[in-house]
Write a protein that binds this ligand. Structure first.
Ligand code: FE2
Length: 285
């Protein structure tokens, strides 16, 4: 089996991990979950972080086959379209991104896109089905649908490496929230069972690390470690326990600072709106 080589990049402002997965011999790669720099106060969008990824791909003379999203992120803006404009490659996500697009287009009044015949759905080059296989050069990859945090969440399995998005975090940080539109704690439990059904030695690569207690950055664990140590869900945790815990906890969480900017850009595969980002208001009086 061809070995997958993995390079991780940490986006400090949003605690996001982006990965370049590549087949060193063949010189092909995929980017998983990239990020733009975005200053909420000024609205300035910049590409310092994405440029580090681009520089890495160029300096290793890799050709970019895929720009993959594990889900429509709610806390950072994807650099997928920017990276594609520099290096080519196909932007892809799970096909349930359709549901996320429909939900947020209506919350955010993005119907203009549709009126122009320029619907956001067309901005992805490919939408994956569950269990679909694809290749990154000589590497074989597979998609596992893992909804719960969002309805479109998928895991990308490349050999013994699972890129799990926000399904699980490092064992000392637990699991992702399920209270966004389309999120569902019961579905997340079932999705985690799909991950826990992979061989114990499977390496899990997380999409965020919040460095609890100020510990050093970590972003890779295994199925065995997570089953044994994950503070929210161990191998033997019951569905009812998890769903109750997750639902209680989600009630206490604040809305992510970049929720609306992120979703607006991410359901368009990282294409920025012409001039403005919208924030829907809700009156409490
Ligand atoms: Fe997320």
């Amino acid at each position: 089996m061809m070995t997958a080589t993995i390079e991780a990049f940490f986006h400090n402002p949003t605690s996001t991990l982006s990965y370049v997965v590549y087949d060193r011999a063949g010189g092909h790669c995929a980017v998983i979950d990239s990020a733009l720099d975005f200053d909420l106060s000024s609205g300035v969008v910049s590409t310092g972080f994405a440029d580090q990824i681009i520089d890495f791909i160029r300096s290793n003379q890799l050709s970019l086959d895929w720009i993959l999203e594990t889900h429509a992120h709610a806390d950072h803006l994807t650099a997928a379209s920017y990276i594609k404009s520099k290096l080519g490659g196909k932007i892809a996500a799970g096909h349930h991104i359709d549901d996320v697009q429909a939900t947020f287009e209506s919350i955010l009044g993005m119907e203009d896109d549709k009126a122009d015949g320029d619907h956001s759905r067309t901005r992805f080059d490919h939408l994956f089905q569950d269990k679909e296989e694809f290749s990154i050069g000589m590497l074989t990859a597979a998609v596992i649908e893992t909804p719960g945090h969002t309805s479109d969440s998928v895991t990308y399995l490349v050999n013994q490496n699972a890129f799990i998005g926000d399904t699980l975090f490092m064992p000392d940080f637990g699991s992702a929230r399920c209270d966004f539109p389309g999120g569902d704690a019961k579905q997340l439990f079932e999705s985690i069972q799909r991950i826990y059904a992979l061989p114990d030695s499977t390496r899990l690569w997380v999409c965020h690390d919040y460095q609890p207690g100020g510990r050093e950055l970590k972003y890779q664990t295994t199925v065995a470690e997570s089953k044994q140590d994950n503070i929210h869900i161990k191998g033997e945790t019951l569905e009812s326990e998890f769903v109750q815990f997750r639902s209680e906890r989600d009630k206490q969480l604040n809305v992510p600072k970049l929720l609306y900017p992120s979703v607006q850009v991410n359901i368009r595969a990282g294409q920025l709106p012409d001039a403005f980002i919208k924030i829907p208001i809700s009156k409490t009086f």
